[in-house]
Design a protein around this ligand. Structure first.
Ligand SMILES: Nc1nc2c(ncn2[C@@H]2O[C@H](COP(=O)(O)OP(=O)(O)OP(=O)(O)O)[C@@H](O)[C@H]2O)c(=O)[nH]1
Ligand SMILES: [Mg+2]
Length: 214
């Protein structure tokens, strides 16, 4: 008889452990932005700790999954073409975090093509009503900092000034304003995905933002 009671007690403790929330927390991240800004590179590095070997334009959404500490992180990497806005909106419906990538070097040098493309993205974001139901955290990520002429002079002691300069650009302010208008939290970071060392720095910033301890 004692063994029936012991077996029942063991079963109850397993059920109790599951009910106590030992399941992984899910974090849904959607990565969007113009073509060639580093979306797939970032999604790959966040999930595998490796940089992709070659550039292949993303033509349909790719799903990445990784367990980090106690969280299951699901990353949706979307294609960057202008005709992809419908897919972006659909993908962002259930996002906890939206990573919007732009080239920081092009923004910091007021590149007209980049501004025109980002302006078009902004017009779309404004028209989305998905944020009435879901309030993801918008993370504006400036990539390609290694292509900035000052890159070799950027150190931890002046890095903040470059983030400030990036945030002060009108086009970035306009994205931040959309987040404010739609009631979303937002963060801004810049960095590079050229080398593993650079990618690691950006990864640390992002894990901090999404609240995952390294
Ligand atoms: N120098 C430099 N190259 C980068 C950086 N980020 C990405 N790249 C390179 O840029 C190219 C495009 O990167 P992807 O990550 O595939 O770009 P994507 O945004 O996914 O592009 P689409 O799928 O076409 O929308 C690749 O050759 C990357 O190695 C960066 O910060 N600096
Ligand atoms: Mg891609």
């Amino acid at each position: 008889m004692w063994w029936i009671i012991a077996a029942a007690a063991a079963t109850i403790s397993i059920i109790a452990a599951a009910a106590a929330g030992n399941e992984e927390k899910r974090v849904n991240i959607v990565v969007i932005g113009p073509r060639g800004v580093g979306k797939t590179t970032l999604a790959t590095f966040l999930t595998t700790h490796k940089l992709p070997i070659s550039y292949e334009q993303t033509v349909q959404q790719e799903r990445y999954e990784v367990s980090l500490n106690e969280s299951k992180v699901i990353i949706l990497d979307l294609p960057g073409g202008k005709g992809e806005y419908g897919g972006w909106e659909e993908g962002c419906k259930n996002a906890d975090f939206i990573f919007y990538l732009v080239r920081s070097d092009k923004i910091l040098s007021d590149d007209e093509n980049t501004i025109s493309r980002v302006t078009s993205d902004i017009t779309r974001f404004k028209s989305w009503n998905i944020f009435e139901q879901n309030k993801p955290h918008l993370v504006i990520i400036g990539t390609f900092l290694d292509m900035h002429p000052d890159y070799s002079k950027i150190t931890p002691s002046n890095f903040g000034e470059y983030i400030d300069r990036f945030k002060e650009k009108d086009i970035i302010k306009r994205i931040m304003n959309i987040a404010i208008t739609k009631g979303l939290k937002f963060s801004v970071v810049i960095g590079s995905l050229k080398s593993e060392t650079d990618a690691q720095k950006l990864r640390s910033f992002l894990l901090n933002i999404i609240g995952i301890k390294k």
